[in-house]
Design a protein around this ligand. Structure first.
Ligand SMILES: [Zn+2]
Length: 175
């Protein structure tokens, strides 16, 4: 397994409410350039895709280097939530926006927690694409969200597990 030191969050750059799947993104990413594709990757660029209803679809295996953030792919895992654009009310124009549904926020928390525990990482390793590129992606301040929302939740979950393990050890009896 390659060394993982970062988790980078993205949006799919699609309209709010548009139920795009990992298969759709895989098709966009892998269509050869000579056939009109924009990227011509060998596989979907992200490792995880979080759909509107919170379903998490696996993309590229973690063992493979992704293609999602220039200069940061080698040691990172890329997570993409579906959305990132919304229509400006009363117009036909769109703007960048944090369109994550509650289900997507929950799924993002669970996915991040699993990766942090699996690779023994700290929440400080979670970043947004726009920290590394002149882009809006993922259309929210990841550092602030991690600090205000994710970390308190993550600490609570870890405490629950610790309490459970302690209780389990206390109850065990040698027979
Ligand atoms: Zn991105």
């Amino acid at each position: 397994m390659r060394k993982i030191t970062e988790i980078i969050i993205h949006c799919s750059d699609t309209q709010e409410g548009c139920d795009v799947t990992a298969a759709d993104i895989r098709r966009w990413h892998t269509t050869p350039k000579e056939k009109g594709g924009k990227f011509g990757f060998r596989d979907i660029g992200y490792h995880e895709v979080i759909r509107l209803d919170g379903t998490v679809e696996h993309g590229r295996p973690y063992t493979d280097v992704g293609a999602h953030c220039e200069g940061h792919n080698t040691n990172s895992i890329g997570i993409c939530y579906i959305g990132g654009r919304k229509i400006v009310e009363g117009t036909d124009k769109w703007e960048w926006a944090d369109t994550r549904t509650e289900a997507q926020k929950d799924a993002l928390c669970r996915t991040l927690a699993a990766i942090l525990i699996c690779f023994n990482l700290q929440p400080s390793c979670i970043h947004g694409h726009r920290e590394y590129a002149n882009k809006a992606c993922p259309c929210f301040d990841v550092r602030q969200w991690v600090r205000d929302d994710f970390e308190p939740w993550f600490k609570e979950q870890k405490k629950k597990v610790d309490d459970m393990l302690r209780a389990g050890v206390g109850e065990r009896k040698d027979t």
